[in-house]
Each structure stands twice: as structure tokens, then as C-alpha cells.
Design a protein around this ligand. Structure first.
Ligand SMILES: *[C@@H]1O[C@H](CO)[C@@H](O)[C@H](O)[C@H]1NC(C)=O
Ligand SMILES: *[C@@H]1O[C@H](CO)[C@@H](O)[C@H](O)[C@H]1NC(C)=O
Ligand SMILES: *[C@@H]1O[C@H](CO)[C@@H](O)[C@H](O)[C@H]1NC(C)=O
Ligand SMILES: *[C@@H]1O[C@H](CO)[C@@H](O)[C@H](O)[C@H]1NC(C)=O
Ligand SMILES: *[C@@H]1O[C@H](CO)[C@@H](O)[C@H](O)[C@H]1NC(C)=O
Ligand SMILES: *[C@@H]1O[C@H](CO)[C@@H](O)[C@H](O)[C@H]1NC(C)=O
Ligand SMILES: *[C@@H]1O[C@H](CO)[C@@H](O)[C@H](O)[C@H]1NC(C)=O
Length: 192
């Protein structure tokens, strides 16, 4: 999976989520939040990727969604890969402010595993055993409410609509896989 790690609003204690712009460009209220995943899709890269995340969302009831699809690895998912998560946020004018926050970590496998350690990933069709070998991992249905149990994510964050671009690269910055998650951070009282 890794892939799913992704969704991650991460604030790993060692590795800080970096703000790329010091200006308070958006005055969004901050607080405890719920995660509402709106959309998941593969990035349209011009390069041939060796890791294809073909996930999509399926609504299972009025207030729950599952991740279906597959992750196809043409190379192992291991710690030779690094991961980047670029956050864009949608402003009141409807435009995306690109790369508002950036998260970078070496050792994509270990980072992903640590973030997901409280989550049962079997619904995504794989387990975190090092490395995750070449193969096609079919998601039988992963309840997105599991993502409330990600580790290291901040307890409070600015409410709003975010686009997270999750990118896997090697040390030479070659691109191996990429997908996008659109996520809304809502107040706990709001219905998902
Ligand atoms: C990716 O780009 C191709 C060619 O430009 C286009 O046909 C396809 O629909 C795009 N896919 C997505 C997911 O945007
Ligand atoms: C979506 O979920 C519904 C309800 O569980 C199920 O009946 C349907 O087959 C699912 N669709 C897909 C494409 O998985
Ligand atoms: C994985 O997903 C892609 C894109 O939806 C699909 O074309 C492919 O057939 C799927 N692979 C398997 C083994 O289900
Ligand atoms: C990945 O790293 C391991 C050691 O951690 C090494 O044995 C392996 O050859 C590396 N693979 C590549 C493709 O660099
Ligand atoms: C992610 O953000 C960094 C820093 O702004 C930028 O250099 C990089 O091109 C971005 N990557 C993508 C895929 O948007
Ligand atoms: C933000 O990224 C999107 C998609 O990559 C691009 O279409 C748009 O022009 C970018 N916006 C700015 C202000 O750079
Ligand atoms: C997904 O998890 C939520 C919270 O645990 C639960 O209320 C919901 O029924 C689950 N959905 C399915 C289809 O199991």
C-alpha cells in the first residue's frame, strides 16, 4: 500500500511538516477535525511509473466510504524510496494554493508503516512486511474511517479542502509513483 499512507496529514515528530509560505495567506479557523475523503486518483505523469495506485472511492452508506481498486507494483515498495506529500489548499476564490505544506521523508516503507501501525491494511490487499514485493494488490474494501487512526497527524488543523499529492521517488529524484487525494477537514459536529 503504501500507498495509502498517504493520505496523510502528517506531522511526524522528527520530520516537520514544512510551511512553504510564511504569509498568512489564508485565515482559516483551526481546530479538531474529521477527515472526509472526497476523491482519490492517480497523477497523470508523463513518465512511466513503476508503482501504479489505481484507487477509487466507493460509497457504502450515507456516511461511510471505502477504498477499492488496486496498487500495482512493478518494483518492490521498500526503503530505497523516498516519499513526498505536497499539500495544496483551496482558497475562498476557488483557486488551489499549490504546495502550501510539504512533507518529505526518506525510507518510504518504514515511514508509511509507522504512520499506519494502528490500522488494519488487509482491506487494501497487503500487509506491511518488508519489502512489499512486486505484485498487484487488490483492495477488497478499506473503510476510510480507519484513517482517523493514522499516527503522527496533528490533532488540530485548519479546516478546508486540501489536495494531497503523494509522490514516490528514489535518491536521484526519479519519479516512481504518484496519486492524489482530495480531502476535506471538517468540524467534528459536521456530518460526513
Ligand atoms: C491523463 O492524460 C491523458 C492524455 O492527456 C488523458 O487521456 C487521461 O484522461 C488523463 N487521465 C487522468 C486521470 O487525468
Ligand atoms: C460499493 O458499495 C456497495 C455497498 O456496499 C456495493 O453494493 C457495491 O458493489 C460497491 N461498488 C463497488 C464498485 O465496489
Ligand atoms: C488495476 O486497476 C487498473 C485501473 O483501474 C485496471 O486496469 C487493472 O485491470 C486492475 N488490475 C487488476 C489485477 O485488477
Ligand atoms: C535497496 O536497499 C537494499 C538494502 O537496504 C539493497 O540491498 C538493495 O539492493 C536496494 N535496491 C535498489 C534497487 O537499490
Ligand atoms: C512539491 O513541492 C515542491 C516544493 O514546492 C516542488 O519543488 C515540487 O515540484 C512539488 N512536486 C509536485 C509533484 O507537485
Ligand atoms: C497549481 O497546480 C495546478 C495543477 O498542477 C495547476 O493547474 C495550476 O496552474 C497551479 N496553480 C498555480 C497558481 O501555480
Ligand atoms: C466504516 O466505519 C465506520 C466507523 O467505524 C462505521 O460506522 C461504518 O459502518 C463502517 N462502514 C462499513 C461499510 O463497514
Amino acid at each position: 500500500m503504501k500507498l495509502s499512507v498517504i493520505f496523510v496529514l502528517i506531522l511526524v515528530s522528527r520530520v516537520k511538516l514544512e510551511r512553504t509560505n510564511n504569509k498568512p495567506l489564508l485565515k482559516l479557523p483551526i481546530g479538531e477535525y474529521r477527515i472526509d475523503i472526497k476523491k482519490i486518483y492517480s497523477c497523470n505523469t508523463t513518465r512511466q511509473n513503476n508503482i501504479h495506485i489505481n484507487y477509487y472511492l466507493n460509497k457504502t452508506s450515507d456516511n461511510s466510504k471505502e477504498i477499492k481498486g488496486n496498487a500495482t507494483l512493478l518494483m518492490p515498495f521498500d526503503d530505497n524510496l523516498s516519499m513526498d506529500v505536497n499539500f495544496s489548499i483551496r482558497g475562498a476564490d476557488g483557486d488551489w494554493k499549490n504546495n502550501t505544506y510539504i512533507f518529505h521523508a526518506e525510507q518510504a516503507y518504514t515511514t508509511s508503516k509507522n504512520i499506519m501501525s494502528k490500522i488494519d491494511t488487509s482491506g487494501l490487499g497487503f500487509n506491511f512486511k518488508y519489502p512489499i514485493p512486486v505484485g498487484c494488490y487488490i483492495s477488497t474494501g478499506f473503510n476510510t474511517s480507519n484513517l482517523e487512526n493514522l499516527n503522527y497527524i496533528p490533532k488540530e488543523f485548519a479546516y478546508g479542502l486540501y489536495k494531497l499529492r503523494y509522490i514516490l521517488t528514489d535518491k536521484k529524484h526519479q519519479h516512481f509513483g504518484c496519486f492524489v487525494v482530495i480531502v476535506q477537514l471538517k468540524r467534528p459536529s459536521e456530518i460526513i
